[in-house]
Design a protein around this ligand. Sequence first.
Ligand code: SIN
Length: 528
Amino acid sequence: MDVKTDILIIGSGIASLQAARLLGQYFQVQIVTKSSVKTSSSYRAQGGIAAVTSPEDHIKFHITDTLSAGEYHHENKFVDVLIQDGMTIIQQLLLDGLPIDRLDNGEPALGLEGAHSHHRILHAGGDRTGQILIDYLLQHLSPNVHVNSNEMAFELLMNTDGACIGVLTKSDKGIKRYFAHHVILASGGAGALYSSTSNYSTNTGDGIALAYRAGAAISDMEFMQFHPSLLWCNGEAKGLVSEAVRGAGGIFVNAERQPIMAGVHPLLDLAPRHVTAHTLYIKRTFGQETFIDISSIQGFDNKFPTITKLCMDNGIDLQNGLIPVAPGSHFLMGGVIADDTGRTSISNLYAVGEVACTGVHGANRLASNSLLEGITFGQKMAQFIIKTGCKQTNFTLAVAHCHQSMPALLTKKNLQQIMMHTLGIVRNPLDMQLLIEQLPSLQILRQVNVMGLNQQQLELYMMHIVASLMVHAAITRTETRGAHIRNDKPNSEAKWAQRWIIFQQGQMKVRNSLYEYHQTRGNAQAIF
Ligand code: SIN
């Protein structure tokens, strides 16, 4: 079956819906999502939206915190855009009635999270920020926006000029071909490649795999962020215990209730995420259990209803004030290279939100900057597309060249366990080399003919592409920077500063800028 629309969006999180809300005023917008609009990382987001709204705060502080958390591996001009334009866009949303939590005097109730120098986290419904934000955006969609759930995008369609003109999807009802003037990847991250994760099991990096197959430029795949506090129950991660809990006074302790972060970092429990995650990882490696002590937080269940329910559902008694926690994968800084309007290296193909790599998160994202990113760049991308319009597009399909049959793959569980062990918080080159040998080569993976695969096979195949990009990047960057530690190279190295590991058209390159700039123009512009 063929569907023709103006704008096609793959994925349904915050960046997708923010863009759809604006694009739907002008165009027909079709969203396709692998599961449902309420199964995204955005919907699950607890902490909130980082944005400057108080007179004590300033965008220069927010920029400094962002650069410092990400260890200066940023595209600085887009960090400025994110923080500056983000502030304006959020302030407008507040004026329009976005229902955030407020103090008695009507001012926003601002939370504090790790590595933030000021209280600047806007939240809603206590820890139900993502839910309330998504519901708000859904209520503001025009009838021009249509959502098809439980459809998995598995192949980008390209025209004879090399531009993206659509996507193939698979569902229980079979295969559909969507054609559009603009195709937007907003499919989220890849936390589900790991056995312990805060993400939904559907976050398998599909958008990155689709873009890689099509030849788009991909970067920063070595940088997966680990959240220090996932609820840990019966040997499994069960969901997130927000950093906002520590912002409200919770502290990491061992089974004897001794503080864990004392003497590790001046910011103690609100140290940057890689510091807290690594500290808990080390404790747990030596057999200690790790908890958040919430006994000093008055009215915990009112402030954190989602976490309270998560604990109750998993049989955790909050009366004794201890929540068992362990680190797990949380957010991928890498992805499809895109600018602040979502443009990628392929014409008509856009990437926004976690699937994109715009360089705003550096090597380690600052807490609560991701909802800000989705809202800000979702809006800027929509404005760019509205300005561009839906002009005459060449809808003649290029001939497909993928003829390779599927190589042997690891099972999903096995891959997730190996990723946790090999590309987790602490990494070593021998294990990474072993993983490379266990995975089919990227050249072969890129050429696989995917037409006959079912949804499970497609997902596993895409996970292998993403895992392979991650391990190749991680072994290539012979230093420690940002979210993880290489035990053979425990420090950052000057030769790796401002170096990006890029995959494009089946090749890997190390470049000294995220974008290829047009050298001959005075006013440098990214060329895509
Ligand atoms: C959290 O609530 O701890 C997560 C927030 C984020 O990842 O930005």
